[in-house]
Design a protein around this ligand. Structure first.
Ligand code: ATR
Length: 284
């Protein structure tokens, strides 16, 4: 029940009406009997400073931040955690007695779900990353922070790949793959990660690399969760590779935010089932 003690958290984004976060978090709060409520706020870009001020004015416990505010919110906060600062984006804010602290749980959520679902040893992987945008940055910075030693980057535009590579150096051995060396970089990867939007609904017949390059010695991971199984993952499965889809990243980035706000362990399986059943209902 919502009372005068209920604590408010929410999502700042534009648009937000498609988001599964309110359902996922409110289900989790109810399961643990936590007196919190999560609402989605559609905040236009020029309203972001007012929205951040409202977190303080309303004494909200925190927010998630999504497109298009993840980068713009940084200078509006009192403190930004070092990993979020390196990524250059914040997806979670915690209000500690009036001090707003920014975190990035996207990369950590990704890595947590990858390890839980595939049981891989990160320190032993030869990683090839497809894409060099915001999602790639969160994933790559966190992989390096968590022990990955070498990453090769394949991206349509070379300049963005070079930018990401220099962000990751010297902590990791990073190479930008030449166009004529893509096949070799994909075939020799033990962990292939797609961070591009290629294959996302409604373009579900597309995949970012030829299916012939995939084989059974690989883990193939796709950040896309709409559809739940992309063409890339279907072809990887057909080739005998181990596969990892994007829902886990969404669930764990939420679970980590949940714990930052409540100091409680999130009911991850319930959150996953909640999101999956909604997505299977055809929530394109
Ligand atoms: P996100 O935050 O989801 O990562 P983004 O920052 O816009 O979104 O990055 C999208 C990534 O997908 C980029 O690496 C982009 O390649 P470019 O840097 O060359 O733009 C990649 N991408 C998107 N559409 C693509 C396509 N049709 N073919 C190849 N790469 C594509």
């Amino acid at each position: 029940m919502i009372t005068s003690h209920t604590r408010l958290v929410g999502l700042l984004g534009h648009p937000v009406r498609h988001s599964q976060s309110p359902l996922m978090h409110n289900t989790a709060f109810a399961e643990l009997n936590l007196d919190y409520v999560y609402l989605a706020f559609d905040v236009a870009p020029d309203e972001l400073p007012h929205a951040v001020q409202a977190i303080r004015a309303f004494g909200m416990r925190g927010v998630n931040v999504t497109i298009p505010h993840k980068v713009a919110i940084l200078p509006l906060l009192d403190e930004v955690d070092p990993l979020a600062r390196q990524i250059g984006a914040v997806n979670t804010v915690v209000n500690e007695q009036g001090r707003l602290i920014g975190y990035n749980t996207d990369g950590l959520g990704y890595v947590r779900s990858l390890v839980e679902e595939t049981h891989l040893d990160l320190t032993q992987q030869r990683v090839t990353l497809l894409g060099a945008g915001g999602a790639a940055r969160a994933v790559a910075c966190t992989l390096v922070q968590q022990g990955v030693k070498a990453i090769r980057i394949i991206n349509r535009s070379r300049e963005k790949a070079e930018q990401l590579a220099s962000l990751l150096r010297p902590a990791a051995d990073v190479q930008v793959v030449e166009p004529n060396a893509c096949q070799q970089a994909v075939e020799s990867a033990t962990l292939l990660i797609n961070t591009t939007s290629v294959g996302m609904y409604p373009h579900t017949a597309e995949m970012p690399i030829p299916a012939e390059w995939l084989h059974s010695g690989q883990i193939v991971s796709d950040l896309i969760y709409n559809p739940l199984q992309t063409k890339l993952l279907a072809e990887a499965e057909r080739a005998g590779a181990k596969t990892h889809g994007g829902v886990g990243m969404f669930v764990y980035q939420g679970a980590l935010a949940f714990s930052l706000w409540t100091n409680a362990e999130a009911p991850v399986e319930l959150m996953r089932q909640t999101v999956l059943s909604k997505l299977r209902q055809g929530g394109n």
